[in-house]
Design a protein around this ligand. Structure first.
Ligand code: NAD
Length: 342
């Protein structure tokens, strides 16, 4: 492999622009050689926008190329497994959009293919690379909070029309927008911020708006390995958008919202920590971590092994809603490693 990692982006839809910006921000470490989409016009448009040399209409053209080391997979959810497995078989390093898979069994097949091929495999958990979450995590790691008691995360918004890409509404192709689309972020960040994992999940959900073919109201309670419990409330029907987190702990309460986190100790003055929100900076960090892990031949942050936790939580949430009882993650899915590389 040359000094720069040579990347192809597969799928030239909405999120591909963020990956292309992310690689451009790491131009000293990588170069995007091609953008591929079965809609060649989309690939060409992204190439023109980001100065990429080659637009491809079929990913088959990538696999035999020895001038492409790595791929970003920016495809609908049901295509993640076939493309990750194919990329691994061709010896390509893989960054795959979230949710990594639609089931734990699928993630395990993908992880096995990458392990067998000896390629790095990373899940695009972009929130782990946002400045506000990284700073809040450092603050929590410093021990200022003491024992964490309970966490609330909330993600609401009004999403009622068919104004997005059609596959998102198709459960077979996209899974559930709440559980897989947004949950892949919410459940992962809840555990990752606290450096903890999940023992048991109890969830309730309702399917109301038929366009979703799935639940659009979900509340989930997580029994976490650090002795606390977490509560994630998600809705596609709130009249305003709410996206925040409160961590109630022994020494005070931490609140994360937008580009800041606030710490209100039980005794003393409130502290406000501002981390200006650059929406593309998370992707610069994510793509930078991917290429650095390839160059250094190490496990990346948000590796597929770590992503097994959020995959299992997503599946446990759906199982718990269906069964009406809590789901024990290890009983259901076996053993897991730590949730982070560091
Ligand atoms: N991190 C985030 O915040 C975030 C935001 C949006 C989307 N995503 C994720 O990114 C992924 C893609 O989502 P999107 O919104 O960009 O979807 P999209 O529908 O906008 O783009 C998907 C693209 O894949 C192309 N495609 C489909 N089948 C193909 C094939 N066989 N070969 C080549 N190209 C093919 C389509 O033509 C389309 O251009 C999903 O996993 C989604 O959840 C992440």
């Amino acid at each position: 492999m040359g000094e720069q990692v040579r990347v192809a982006v597969i799928g030239a839809g909405v999120i591909s622009a963020a990956h292309l910006k992310g690689y451009a921000a790491n131009a000293e470490k990588c170069v995007v050689k091609a953008v591929c989409d079965r809609d060649l016009g989309r690939a060409e448009a992204r190439c023109a926008e980001f100065g990429v040399a080659e637009a491809l209409g079929d990913a088959e053209a990538i696999w035999a190329r020895d001038d492409i080391d790595a791929v970003s997979i920016c495809l609908p959810h049901d295509l993640h497994e076939p493309f990750v497995v194919r990329a691994a078989a061709a010896g390509k390093q893989v960054l795959c959009e979230k949710p990594f898979a639609l089931s734990v069994a699928s993630l395990d097949r993908m992880a096995a293919a990458c392990e067998q091929a000896g390629v790095i495999c990373m899940s695009a958990q972009v929130l782990r690379f946002r400045a506000v979450f990284q700073a809040a995590r450092q603050f929590i790691r410093s021990g200022r909070l003491g024992q964490i008691h309970q966490t609330w995360r909330r993600r609401g918004g009004i999403t009622r029309s068919l104004d997005q890409n059609p596959w998102i509404y198709n459960y077979e192709k996209g899974g559930s927008l709440v559980v897989h689309g947004f949950g892949a972020h919410e459940f992962d960040i809840l555990m990752w911020l606290q450096d903890t994992t999940c023992d048991r999940v109890y969830a309730a959900g309702r399917a109301n708006n038929p366009i979703w073919q799935s639940v659009d109201e979900v509340s989930s309670i997580f029994h976490l390995a650090d002795g606390s419990f977490g509560n994630v409330r998600q809705s596609l029907n709130t009249l305003d958008s709410g996206w925040d987190e409160y961590i109630m702990a022994e020494h005070g309460c931490l609140r994360i919202a937008g580009d800041r986190f606030e710490w209100q100790p039980v005794e003393g003055e409130k502290e406000v920590h501002e981390h200006p929100l650059d929406p593309t900076a998370g992707f610069a960090g994510e793509c930078g971590e991917f290429v650095a892990a390839i160059q250094e031949q190490r496990e990346p942050e948000a590796s597929v092994r770590q992503a097994r936790w959020v995959q299992a939580v997503m599946e446990a949430v759906e199982l718990s809603i269906k069964r009406g009882v809590p789901v024990d993650l290890r009983e259901e899915f076996g053993d897991f490693g730590p949730i982070t590389a560091s």
